[in-house]
Design a protein around this ligand. Structure first.
Ligand code: ADP
Length: 743
């Protein structure tokens, strides 16, 4: 028999993005015809019963996307750890006819949920024996269906690339460390920054990678020497001597030494003071990491996981084991909860048993790779080149429109290349600069501070070379003896790189391995599901729309927000999903007059029934006749006295800003892979060229030849766009509910 009534709750430590998860569970559930309850204050509410278990409607979760924390409260509940507490909880659920639970919480909460499910039949039997439930009730609720979603800033859970809240916590960490770096650099100071993460070093490691920190201490991989304090101080001193103006050490709260003793921030500070002979400041970031508005990623992650959790619970058979819905390679995945809980505990046990090799193995390969990269990035000077190796001369340039993260990628590629003994050449101002021979050899400190800097320090241009540019570029390659080329950029960069590739027969100089690294806020590049800069732009959109929404509190107003993307609707759709827009217009779907007629009718009906805010998001090239101005005029005219309309064209703020943590991390990873590719190809007798990217969670290279085959050349976007599959969830959540949605 189909499930009819479910409940959801948030438990344990709160995390940003829990609200979007609850909103998505409630609305998807209602849309699918379920009755949905929220249990306030986690397991405590389940044990307390009464009005802590409340029926939700469409509007009960309106207006909550932008808030941190969780509107239904969370708690830690000692009673639920005891069988007696779980018995009362089971009774409360049965009395309300709840047949399934969607649990949003961390390690502890999901472990508790798993146990609850295993025990369920015995709890029911006991309640029935004691006469607390009727035999009919006992028969009607033989099992409790459970789906777990990981809400935790620690990213410490198996079975998901990211847990809900981690990305926002990384935002808080990068904001703080960027701010600390600027004051530290002014005074040439050393700072120790302690971050959260319990037994998991993810936040510390990725925070360090994203901010260009100089040392990191994590639980999974303690320093491998006893005199680690002296080694750390020595390395930091060497960094200063090499020209760094500050030293930043990031310490994970669970970091330990080889003997398993926790490393405290004052311990690190004292060691550095003694060895460096200077004042060392400590900043313990603490709960700010849990707070604040959720990032665009966390909002969308919660929304997608919540949607899939409801689908999973509807499809489950009564006897099914609990499931966990996670996120892998931009897609939701279902896994047995038990397996995820066990694997998660295995890492903690390995750390406890001081088996650090195993702890690292149990973390994902991207975790280990990031650690390896970080070890190179924090060096004061690169390894000396091997006397027998061929030192390649690798050129780096930025091309196309600027995208946040270009600098991070340039810096990472430069350092990683130098560390492998190669000569790195900065080519300024894109292919235009290349034609003018604007080339300079880069050193380890050339890009100090670039990890967190927006824009393009190397300079960029949109030139796609032709005619005499090609001769000039070939000459630059010859004069500088460039062996390989890394092109970091967007559509024009890809076109330009393809052009050089295509002209190989005419210009032998172009017979060098070339690789394109996707960097464009538009996210319109082939071979990569995400390009560097798109996440930062999405966050800029979300921040702007949050403010726009607040400005409309007391008025009945509809906003038409125009976002960038050229002909690619990625920013519009994902921005709409993250802000709760009721309508997204994009070129891929087109816009027709009858659509607009329908939208006007929906708006009028909504405002007539008490709605206060309308939010439409429009991709800049959605339709060149039905422009933003046209749409505003149409809605205004048709809205008459019911509502007024305002356009908000977000413009170039979307291209600027410091790169988001995600863009920085991606930029670093991709830069490493690009270098590996170029170095490998240079060793071959006939080399290839490619563009790199991340698809379904895997990094890969596409031969440059495939560029034209994979794209729509009329509308400058890939033929396949994975994210179009998210339209279903976006339109479901945007529907006016039974009583008309408030957002
Ligand atoms: P988180 O879910 O963030 O890891 P906690 O570890 O504090 O947070 O767990 C939250 C709640 O989940 C606990 O207060 C308790 O009610 C419940 N819980 C945790 N571990 C267990 C367990 N082993 N058995 C039963 N309930 C548990």
């Amino acid at each position: 028999m189909a499930i009819k009534r479910i409940a959801t709750f948030t438990s344990g430590g709160d995390a940003q993005g829990m609200n979007s998860t609850v909103r998505s569970v409630v609305r998807t559930g209602l849309d699918r015809g379920l009755e949905v309850y929220a249990i306030y204050e986690g397991y405590q509410g389940m044990v307390d019963g009464g009005d802590r278990i409340r029926k939700m409607d469409w509007d009960s979760v309106g207006g909550i996307l932008q808030g941190g924390g969780t509107i239904i409260g969370t708690a830690r509940c000692e009673r639920f750890r005891q069988r007696e507490g779980r018995l009362v909880a089971a009774k409360n659920l049965i009395e309300r006819g709840i047949e399934g639970l969607i649990v949003i919480g961390g390690d502890g909460s999901l472990t508790g949920a798993n146990l609850f499910r295993q025990e369920w039949p015995s709890l029911v039997a006991e309640l029935s024996q004691n006469g607390e439930i009727t035999p009919e009730q006992a028969e009607a609720y033989p099992n409790m269906l459970i789906v777990g979603l990981v809400g935790s800033i620690d990213n410490d859970f198996f079975g998901t690339d990211m847990t809900i809240g981690t990305d926002s916590a990384l935002h808080r960490i990068t904001e703080a460390v960027d701010a600390i770096s600027s004051t530290a650099a002014s005074h040439q100071r050393t700072f120790v920054v302690k971050v959260m993460g319990r037994n998991c070093g993810y936040l510390a490691m990725m925070g360090a990678l994203a901010c260009g920190a100089d040392w990191v201490l994590i639980p999974e991989n303690p320093p491998d020497v006893d005199d680690w304090r002296e080694v750390m101080a020595e390395r930091l001193k060497a960094g200063r001597e090499a020209g760094r103006r500050d030293s930043i050490v990031i310490l994970a709260e669970g970091a330990r030494d080889r003997d398993g003793n926790y490393i405290g921030s004052s311990d690190v500070a004292k060691a550095l003071e003694e060895n460096l002979g200077e004042d060392v400041r400590v900043t313990v970031l603490g709960h700010v990491q849990r707070g604040g508005r959720p990032s665009a990623f966390d909002r969308n992650l919660g929304t997608l996981l919540g949607y899939e959790a409801v689908n999973a619970i509807i499809e489950a058979k009564p006897e099914d084991e609990p499931l966990q819905v996670g996120f892998k390679g931009n897609r939701t995945v279902r896994l047995p909860l038990m397996q995820c809980v066990d694997q998660t505990h295995a890492v903690a046990e390995a750390v406890e048993a001081k088996d650090y090799k195993r702890a690292m193995e149990l973390r994902s390969s991207s975790f280990t790779d990031a650690y390896r990269t970080l070890k190179t990035m924090v060096r004061a000077i690169p390894h000396s080149p091997d006397p027998d190796q061929k030192r390649l001369r690798i050129g780096i340039l930025n091309a196309g429109a600027p995208a946040p993260g270009m600098n991070t990628a340039s810096r990472a590629a430069t350092r990683l290349g130098l560390d492998k003994g190669h000569i790195m050449l900065g080519i300024y101002n894109g292919f235009e600069g290349m034609a003018e021979n604007e080339v300079e050899e880069l050193n380890w400190m050339s890009m100090g501070g670039w990890a967190s800097m927006g824009g393009s320090g190397l300079g960029t241009s949109r030139l796609v070379p032709k005619g005499k540019d090609l001769y000039a570029i070939a000459r630059t390659i010859e004069v500088n003896q460039i062996d390989a080329l890394l092109v970091i950029g967007g559509w024009n960069a890809y076109e330009a790189a393809y052009k050089l590739f295509d002209e190989r027969a005419n210009f032998p100089a172009f017979e060098i391995p070339t690789i394109c690294l996707p960097a464009s806020i538009n996210n319109n590049l082939p071979g990569s599901e995400l390009s560097i800069g798109a996440d930062t732009a999405l966050n800029s959109i979300v921040n702007a729309v949050d403010k726009i929404k607040q400005s409309a509190v007391a008025t009945r107003r509809c906003f038409v927000v125009e976002v960038m993307g050229h002909w690619c609707g990625y920013l519009a759709l994902l921005g709409g999903l993250a802000t709760g827009a009721e309508r997204v217009y994009m070129h891929e779907e087109g816009v027709t007059l009858s659509d607009l007629q329908q939208d006007v009718d929906n708006l009028s009906q909504g405002f007539r029934s008490g709605k206060k805010l309308g939010l439409m998001i429009r991709n800049e090239y959605a339709n060149n006749i039905y422009t933003t101005g046209f749409m505003c005029a149409l809605f205004e005219e048709e809205g008459r006295d019911l509502f007024d309309v305002r356009p908000a064209i977000l413009g170039h703020q979307q291209q600027g800003g410091d790169p988001s943590p995600f863009d920085r991390i991606q930029a670093t990873r991709l830069a490493r892979l690009c270098l590996d590719y170029l170095i490998e190809e240079c060793g071959k007798s006939s080399s290839r060229s490619a563009f790199i990217g991340l698809e379904e969670g895997k990094y890969g290279y596409h031969d440059m030849r495939d560029f034209q085959r994979m794209v729509d050349l009329e509308y400058n976007r890939p033929k396949e766009q994975w994210w179009l599959a998210l339209r279903d969830v976006a339109s479901l959540l945007a529907k006016p509910g039974p009583e008309v949605a408030s957002e």
